[in-house]
Write a protein that binds this ligand. Structure first.
Ligand code: AMP
Ligand code: ZN
Length: 477
């Protein structure tokens, strides 16, 4: 492997060389959606960013040597509330299933339209309750967690008291436990020993979703959010894996707590070697939030006229996101979408672009190199412009396909709209080919057919009633 990949690691607060634990099986986990409502365009950012990283890792280490796990959180109190609100007459478990299934299906449609590949594995929290119980039992047995009033709570203070090879609580977020204890609110739940203790398991009321509780607690309960990711990443990627990702808001407490749980349960100093976090997306200079009324879902952007008075192609949204480096905040504007669309149209404008078969063309090296520098997508875009300027159609299309930025619709619209000059050229090449066949010059006839094919033109031969050759043509789809 000659390529070097550097990634910014939140753990070390620096860019570092990526060295997979096993290059034959590179392992990445990204926290996925909690499925109770439409995903908004901020949620789309980590999905797009880590899809680009997934594609890059596959290019470097081989398609079958990368495992990308992105979970679906389908146990959460927000889901319970939504289910009770939307299906007041259905039993809660049935209502929850309706909410989670329809939201997950919508999420899949949305992110597919944004050019994202499905992850290798997409585990659901409800399929891993046994694994969560297993980790919780280990944490209690190890003295890192305790049972109180039907809850199981993780104790960061106990983790730090053990010390040794274990991570320090707060190392990821760069905070000290003493500060956190001092800064904690006073109205702490009475069953907690310390304000910083967090829930691994909590009791469920009879009408709430629940599973048999761990640690000898009687009655049913349900997991806390953080333990879900520790269980699913462990089950599918092992005790220590290569890359863990998500948005910057997940650093604390979610990822800090995942690290605490996984390292204490399995006795390693790290959960993942590299933690990567994307910056936040703002809309027209403001934090995107429901209360400000500037909350835009992916579905609204793609399928309605709610943003800028029109619907936008998924590839345009994807390019608009990738113009900003993933660690920077994005200011999302109609103008940015318009600019991305104009760029996309220029890139797709070559005649015959839709029909060009690039399945055997390599992705241009400069594109891989730019991405290998901590996903430098702005540099990568400069290289796409260069490929376009140089008329390297195959290189440009191979790059766009690789990046999930190629759009059949954009390219096909263009070639349907062939200029009269191109049509005249097609007709004259066909006439030349008929003449060549009349002279039994098969090599020349084949060459002309190939030339037409390269222009994206498919020709079809048939015989007229009098036996003469008739050739018709169409733009390849
Ligand atoms: P949530 O459903 O809130 O857990 O978020 C799912 C993912 O989207 C997480 O990785 C979040 O960090 C990320 N995310 C949420 N809001 C934004 C935003 N405005 N900009 C970028 N990423 C976000
Ligand atoms: Zn997570």
């Amino acid at each position: 492997m000659t390529k070097t990949l550097t990634l910014y690691n939140t753990l070390s607060r620096s860019k570092q060389l990526f060295e997979p634990i096993d290059p034959a099986q590179v392992r990445m986990y990204v926290c996925g959606p909690t499925v109770y409502d439409y995903a908004h365009i901020g949620n789309a950012r980590p999905v797009i960013v880590f899809d680009v990283l997934f594609r890059l890792l596959r290019a470097i280490y081989g398609q079958s040597h990368v495992t990308y796990v992105r979970n679906i959180t389908d146990v959460d109190d927000k889901i319970n509330e939504r289910a009770a609100r939307d299906y007041p007459d259905a039993p809660l478990n049935e209502a929850i299933r309706k909410v989670t299934e329809s939201t997950a299906a919508q999420f899949h449609r949305d992110v597919a339209a944004l050019g994202c590949l499905p992850p290798t594995i997409e585990p659901r929290a409800t399929d891993h309750i046994d694994d969560m119980r297993h980790i919780i039992e280990r944490l209690v047995a190890g003295g890192f967690a305790y049972v109180a009033e039907g809850h199981v709570l993780f104790s960061p203070a106990a983790m730090d008291a053990k010390g040794g090879a274990l991570a320090r609580y707060g190392a990821l977020a760069n905070r000290s436990l003493d500060e956190m204890i001092a800064g904690a609110r006073v109205d702490v739940a009475p069953y907690k020993k310390e304000a910083t203790d967090f829930v691994l398991w909590k009791p469920s009321k009879p009408e709430e979703p629940g599973w048999p509780s761990p640690c000898g607690i009687s009655g049913h309960g349900r997991p806390g959010w953080h333990i879900e990711c520790s269980a699913m990443s462990w089950k599918h990627l092992g005790e220590v894996f290569d890359i863990h990702g998500g948005g910057i808001d997940l650093v604390f407490p979610h990822h800090e707590n995942e690290v605490a749980q996984s390292t204490c349960a399995f006795g390693h100093s790290v959960m993942a070697n590299i933690f990567m976090h994307n910056g936040f997306l703002q809309v027209e200079g403001q934090k995107m939030s429901k209360s400000l009324g500037n909350f835009i879902t992916i579905h609204q952007l793609l399928d309605t006229q709610d943003f800028g008075g029109r619907a936008w192609p998924g590839a345009v949204l994807r390019l608009a996101m990738l113009r900003t480096h993933y660690r920077q905040p994005i200011d999302f504007t109609v103008k940015a979408l318009e600019e991305a669309e104009a760029t996309m149209q220029r890139w797709h404008e070559h005649d015959g672009f839709a029909a060009l078969d690039v399945s055997n063309d390599p992705v241009p090296e400069a594109v891989i190199e730019a991405l290998s520098d901590d996903l430098n997508t702005s540099d990568m875009i400069v290289h796409l412009h260069t490929l376009h300027k140089n008329g390297d159609k195959a290189g440009l299309k191979a790059a766009l396909v690789f990046l999930g930025l190629y759009s059949d619709a954009l390219a096909a619209d263009r070639s349907h709209d062939l200029s009269d000059a191109v049509k005249a050229q097609v007709e004259s090449l066909i006439a030349a080919r008929i003449a060549a066949r009349g002279q039994k010059n098969w090599a020349e006839s084949d060459r002309l057919r190939d030339q037409l094919s390269e222009m994206g033109i498919l020709i079809m031969d048939s015989k007229a009633a009098d036996g003469t050759l008739v050739t018709t043509w169409e733009v390849k789809r």
